[in-house]
Design a protein around this ligand. Structure first.
Ligand code: SF4
Length: 323
């Protein structure tokens, strides 16, 4: 992997979080106050599960669709917001929130239904923005136009599950879309005011460190404004779990993950918002690696490694690749 070791550490990312541009800082800069995110379950489906693309789903996904499961408990969006807001206000002393449509594919429904869901979230006066999780192949021109409408009056981020920029990996993990689909979605939203966040996973089967760094470089060359970095962990009952039990997949060690995150940040464009540095596995369903449950320690080790190796976001970023 090529790097540019002559790049100096930009002052912009020195304060208040020195080595990368974290989400909390971004939200505070954008709104001038502390903002918390409320994760919602809109009770939608996913084309990679309902048979439109596949019935199997991604190999790491269980049937909760990487989501909160609150809709299954019968809570409407309004009820979810009300309940979660109360808890977060008490715990974090915040009064403004962004709504994060997390579970399944949140642009995968007829337009009137999507509009109704987004309106329902924004009807709460304390909700100041929309974060919408979806797949790259579920951003039709109609969806792009709808999101652009909301972006005229609110902060709107579309969180696209990419996971890897390599089509052979995407096929192996049964994503059911290609990197080209991701580029199409990003291009479609360019200039609309909708910000794009890419989700990536480190430790996918068959990927080398160079493959993962290439994904960071591809993202940095596109008009992608943010990234969420996840660890590949194994949820019981998934296809990945079967691979693991057959001895066909070994999760990363903590030390390997920590180093990969540091290097990955080095290849990211300095102004990209880093919304996550690791995943949040569900304790009761996690098979491995168990160290993934120690989120605080993992974050501390990542930050310690950045300091120890004197790494920072954009250290290896090649400005000539800017899209
Ligand atoms: S696209 Fe998301 S919800 Fe659908 S199968 Fe993959 S991880 Fe699960």
């Amino acid at each position: 992997m090529t790097s540019n070791p002559t790049r100096t550490r930009p002052t912009a990312v020195n304060q208040p979080t020195p080595r990368y541009y974290d989400f909390k800082t971004y939200l505070t800069r954008t709104f001038g106050c502390k903002i918390h995110r409320i994760s919602l379950d809109a009770h939608l489906s996913c084309p990679n599960r309902d048979g439109t693309v596949s019935t199997l789903g991604c190999i790491f996904c269980d049937d909760h669709g990487s989501g909160t499961g609150l809709a299954r408990q019968g809570l409407s969006l309004t009820e979810q917001i009300r309940t979660l807001k109360q808890g977060l206000s008490r715990r974090f002393k915040v009064s403004k929130f962004v709504a994060y449509f997390q579970s399944y594919t949140n642009t995968y429904a007829p337009m009137p239904r999507l509009r109704q869901l987004y309106d329902e979230a924004l009807a709460d006066p304390d909700i100041v923005g929309l974060f919408i999780g979806t797949r790259p192949d579920c951003v039709s021109p109609e969806v792009a136009a709808l999101l652009a409408e909301y972006a005229r009056t609110h902060l709107v981020w579309l969180e696209l599950g990419l996971q890897s920029a390599h089509d052979r990996t995407l096929a192996l993990i049964n994503r059911g879309h290609t990197f080209a689909d991701f580029v199409t979605a990003v291009t479609r939203l360019q200039g609309t005011g909708v910000q794009i966040c890419a989700h990536v996973i480190l430790g996918l089967p068959g990927e080398s460190a160079d493959d993962m760094m290439a994904t960071a470089q591809h993202l940095s060359a596109l008009p992608v404004a943010g990234v969420k970095i996840h660890l590949l962990y194994i949820v019981k009952g998934t296809a990945l779990d079967q691979m693991y039990l057959r001895g066909e997949y070994q999760p990363l060690t903590r030390a390997a993950y920590v180093r990969l995150v540091g290097d990955f940040l080095g290849y990211l464009r300095p102004e990209m918002v880093v919304m996550r540095l690791t995943g949040d596995p569900p304790r009761e369903f996690l098979r491995a690696p168990t160290w993934a449950l120690e989120k605080q320690r993992n974050l501390e080790e990542i930050k310690g490694d950045l300091t120890e190796r004197d790494l920072w976001q954009g250290k290896f970023y090649d400005v000539s690749t800017r899209g």
